[in-house]
Design a protein around this ligand. Structure first.
Ligand SMILES: *Cc1c(COP(=O)(O)O)cnc(C)c1O
Length: 385
């Protein structure tokens, strides 16, 4: 197997996986497979890649190029900085900026072919000024708020836009969109209510492609999918709703066992001395801490997988280290230098999030850049357009 470009870069820079303390492996083929899965469930809906926040911490360029090779042509980012980085990586992509039109940034949008998701009449007005200067129609999405009360036209503005189409003169509306507040709770009544609010909007813009569902929304059923699913978390292997995860895991976080130490009854481990050996115990010290994005809150009930067994965390997670209790593992199951799985096939992203009292989105976007990164599979070259 030939090494992907990013791995080769690391190798050239002296990265030897045998000596790395912590390794983050991103399976780009799994991201492509998740993309194809989403394409198959949306009753014909296309799927856009949401690659904000450095593709949820997994790496904008390798993720976006892999998605493009899998057939993804529409992308969503948060702001113009992310838009420019994506434009450099994918010259031919359609790029939507969800924060909308930030005041004074219109020239950037126009110059780099970024499409604002317009969410207020003030933004519409500003984009029309750009249109007038350009002397040509310019593309944008219209973002309608249907219940999240975050970005998007409110009810009054929505009614005005529908009643007065002239407000949009010169704007090439390429997409209408809205965003769900409770897609991870299928039974939540707000899902159906938001859908009911979106339908008349969709009707008023009948000839414009519509986008309503994020990853969780797509799992609510084909009714929610419309023309374009906007997926992030699902592509990266997470699922926040109930039921089995239909997506493939994409991330493996492994860290080195630095020391194994036998301690007598009565000793404590870690800052604050919160963990105490009730009997003689065997402890393992791992080379990852909260500075690597391994949440301090995992001390309460986190576990890792090492030597073919689960081991609980013993005491507080430090900045660079954490301690595990290896006492229940068979003699010889682990040795110094072994890798322990913190996130991966045995300790899933959603399990880690659950045990940390957060969501997998926060776990992914908290992964630091201290871990050595390995990309497997995927496509790292700019696709031919
Ligand atoms: C982040 C985001 C998404 C992607 O949501 P996932 O749950 O990660 O699939 C879609 N739409 C908007 C507007 C977003 O901000």
């Amino acid at each position: 197997m030939s090494l992907p470009e990013f791995f080769r870069d690391e190798a050239a820079a002296g990265f030897d996986p045998a000596s790395a303390s912590t390794i983050l492996t991103v399976d780009l083929d799994a991201i492509a497979a998740n993309y194809r899965h989403l394409r198959s469930i949306g009753a014909g809906a296309d799927v856009a890649g949401v690659v904000k926040a450095d593709a949820y911490g997994l790496g904008l360029v390798p993720v976006a190029r892999t998605l493009a090779h899998a057939g993804c042509t529409n992308f969503f980012v948060t702001d113009t900085d992310e838009g420019l980085a994506l434009r450099a990586a994918l010259p031919g992509a359609t790029i939507y900026v969800t924060n909308g039109l930030t005041p004074g940034a219109a020239a950037l949008y126009r110059g780099h072919g970024l499409r604002p998701c317009l969410g207020s009449l003030a933004e519409v007005e500003e984009w029309r000024t750009v249109v007038r200067h350009a002397g040509m129609a310019l593309p944008a999405a219209l973002h309608f708020d249907t219940g999240l009360s975050r970005l998007g036209f409110d009810e009054t503005e929505t009614a005005r836009l529908i009643a007065e189409p002239a407000l949009l003169a010169g704007i090439d509306v390429t997409l209408i969109m809205s965003h769900l507040a409770c897609s991870d709770e299928p039974e939540h009544p707000l899902n159906a209510l938001q859908l009911a609010r979106f339908r008349p909007i969709r009707k008023a813009f009948a000839s414009t492609p519509a986008s309503f569902a994020n990853s969780g929304g797509a799992l609510l059923g084909p009714d929610y999918c419309f023309d374009l699913i906007r997926s992030g978390y699902g592509l990266y292997g997470g699922t926040s709703g109930p039921g089995p995860n239909p997506f493939r895991a994409t991330v493996r976080l492994e860290t080195r066992l630095l020391q194994i130490r036998n301690v007598p009854a009565g000793v404590t481990a870690g800052y604050g001395a919160t963990w105490k050996a009730e009997a003689p115990r065997r402890l393992g010290v791992l080379a990852t801490g909260y500075a690597d994005g391994y949440f301090r809150s995992l001390a309460a009930n986190g576990r890792v997988y090492v030597g073919g067994h689960y081991a609980p965390i013993a005491g507080r997670v430090s900045m660079d280290l954490l301690t595990i209790d290896l006492t229940s593992l068979p003699e010889g199951a682990v040795k110094r230098g072994d890798l322990a799985e913190l996130i991966g096939p045995h300790v899933t992203l959603d399990e880690v999030a659950d045990r940390a009292g957060t969501i997998g989105y926060e776990v992914l976007t908290s992964l630091g850049d201290r871990a050595k990164r390995l990309y497997t599979g995927g496509h790292l070259a700019v696709p031919e357009s």
